[in-house]
Design a binder for this molecule. Sequence first.
Ligand SMILES: *Cc1c(COP(=O)(O)O)cnc(C)c1O
Length: 378
Amino acid sequence: MESSPLEPLMLPKWPPQSAEIESAALECLKTGDWGRYDSNAKRELMDQLCNAFAAEHVRLCCSGTAAIELCLRAAGVGRGDEVIISAFDYPGNLRSVELLGARPVLVNASKTNFGPDLESVSLVAHDRATNSAVRAVIASHLYGHASEMEHLRQICDDRNWTLIEDVCQCPGMVYPNQAGDPVIASAYGHIATLSFGGSKPLTAGNGGAILTSDPRLAARLASLVDRPSDAFPLSPLQAAVLIPQINRLIETNVHRQRVALRIDVELRRRGTPIQCLIESASEIEPTYYKLAMLASSRSDRDEIVRRAHQQGMPIGESFRSMSKVSERRCRKPVPLDQADDYSDRLCLLDHRALLIEEDLVPRLVDRIVAVVATSVGD
Ligand SMILES: *Cc1c(COP(=O)(O)O)cnc(C)c1O
C-alpha cells in the first residue's frame, strides 16, 4: 500500500492561474480601470451575474459575511428579532445575527443534506406561542448538497419571513424550480449571497455579492450601502479577475463533480471505512466546494485529520456544531443531534483536491485509503 506523502505536483495551483485571469488583471491596470469608482470591470461583472443568476438586482460587496449581514439588515432584522439558522452552518452567519442585536433560533441540520432540517423549521414555524419575533431564515447549501428550498420558501412566504439563501459555497449549482425546470441556485431565496473568498469556487481573495429580484429589498440595500460611495466595496481588480472565472464556471463545476463522483466510486470499491457524502438527486447539478466524508466516530475523524495534516494531505475538519452556544445567546427549541453528528464525524477533502486531473483520482484515493487505514480501529 502507498504510504508516501502526497506529491505536491498532484494538486493543481490555487488560486487558479490562467492566461485569461492574468490578461484581465493586466487590462484593468493598463486602462486605469483599477482606479475608478465606476469601473468597467465591476459593471461587466454585475451584468454577468444578473444574467447568470437571472436576478433583477445585484450588489457587489467585500465578503460573503458582509453579504449575509446586509441581507439581514435589508430584511429589517434588528434588536429583539429572531432569525432561524441551522446549528451546522458557517459560524459567521450566527455572529452576523447576534451583531445586529437579534437572537438566533437554532434548528437541526437535515439528515439528507447539510442545510436546515425542514421538520425543525416547521415546528418553530407552527409554534404560534413563540414564533412572533422571527423575521428571517438563513439556509446555506453546504459541500455540494442542495437545501430543501421549495418548502422553506413556502414556510417563509406564509409568515412573511425573509428567506436568505446562502450560495457562498456553490455558485452555479442547478436545482429544479416549482415547475420542475432547472434553475440556478439563488432562485428560491428572497435574497441570496455569493462569496468570492480565498477558497471558494469563484475567488478574488475576498469579496461577495448579493442577488435579489425583490425591488423592496434592493431599495433597502441601496440605502444601506450607498452613502453615497459604496460602504462595503469590491475593487475593480477583484471584479476583473472574477469575470474569466465565471466564463469557465460551468466547465469547472462539471470537472469538480466528475472528480467527486470518481472519488466516491473508488473509495467504495476499496471498502474504506469512510463514506463520501455525494449529492445523489439526479435533478441537481451540484457545485462541489469541498467534498464531505463521514468517519465512523469522532475519534476516528480526529485521528484521520491529524494524520492527514502530518502527511500534507488536503483533508480538514468541517464546521463545529453551534449546539453548545449558550441559551443566553440563542434559542434552541429542537434537538440538534444531526448538527452534532456532522460536527463530530465529518472530514472535508479540500477544494484544490477536486480540481485534480481525473486520471489522478486513483492515486489520490490510494493516499486517502492509507491515511484512513492507519488512523482507524486501534
Ligand atoms: C465562506 C462562507 C461564507 C462567508 O464568505 P466570506 O467571503 O469568507 O466572508 C458564508 N457562508 C458560507 C456557507 C460559506 O461557506
